[in-house]
Design a binder for this molecule. Structure first.
Ligand code: PRP
Ligand code: URA
Length: 209
């Protein structure tokens, strides 16, 4: 079974409180999601393997550490995942970026895939799959199915806010994918929204309705 990490760092929690607040407008919402994503990247990558290498500083030789494991890939789930991608890329600028486009039918809550474009060496990369919201889990499970079908072997999932139902569904469908959250909320409402959540992440990020 995968591990669920709730990232209780004070800066993440502080910024998330403004993200949740319905009075926060699009400009600030977008900036805060970007900042939280960057902070989450720091925690999510904490266990990446490193190796010792030698460099010459202006003063003399030094033994230093560099990342040694798989190359990284970032997979935002369109559309709301885009809001988290720049923040994470600032921390890992060499990562390749793939996109999976999905929308959730508002009546059936079923995900519909409309776009997939991935780096051609996706099977060799450690992928960070990002979506601010993990509600029923349908979108994330479908996105990971799609990635595995195209060869992806190793993934971690990063979401801002999740409902217990969504976490369970992802853990059952993809027990190999660890989950990193800024918050694990109470439940879903009858419309499939996370309670208390933050509303519609895509609409708040992009100013649509
Ligand atoms: C939202 C969100 C997730 C999905 C979560 O996307 O960004 O992808 O819903 O719900 P689920 O866990 O029940 O599948 P949405 O379908 O609203 O599309 P958007 O990102 O284009 O706004
Ligand atoms: N998608 C969102 O954007 N918010 C929710 O609460 C659930 C799904």
């Amino acid at each position: 079974m995968s591990t669920v990490h709730v990232l209780n760092h004070p800066l993440i929690q502080h910024k998330l409180s403004y993200i949740r607040d319905k009075r926060t407008g699009t400009k600030d919402f977008r900036a805060l999601v970007d900042e939280v994503a960057a902070l989450m990247a720091f925690e999510v990558t904490r266990d990446l393997p490193v190796e010792e290498v030698e460099v010459e500083t202006p003063v003399g030789p030094a033994t230093v550490k560099k990342l040694s494991g798989k190359k990284l890939g970032l997979i935002p789930i369109l559309r709301a995942g885009i809001g988290m991608s720049e923040g994470i890329l600032r921390m890992i600028p060499a990562a390749r970026v793939g996109h999976v486009g999905l929308y959730r039918d508002p009546e059936t809550l079923q995900p519909h895939e409309y776009y997939v474009k991935l780096p051609n060496d996706v099977e060799e990369r450690e992928l960070l799959v990002i979506d601010p919201m993990l509600a029923t889990g349908g979108s994330v499970v479908e996105a990971i199915n799609s990635l595995k079908k195209r060869g992806a072997k190793s993934m971690r999932l990063i979401c801002l806010v999740a409902a217990p139902e969504g976490v369970r569904y992802v853990q059952e469908a993809h027990p190999d994918v660890d989950i990193y959250l800024a918050a694990l909320d109470e439940k879903l409402n009858e419309k499939g929204y996370i309670v208390p959540g933050l509303g519609d992440a895509g609409d708040r990020l992009f100013g649509t309705k």
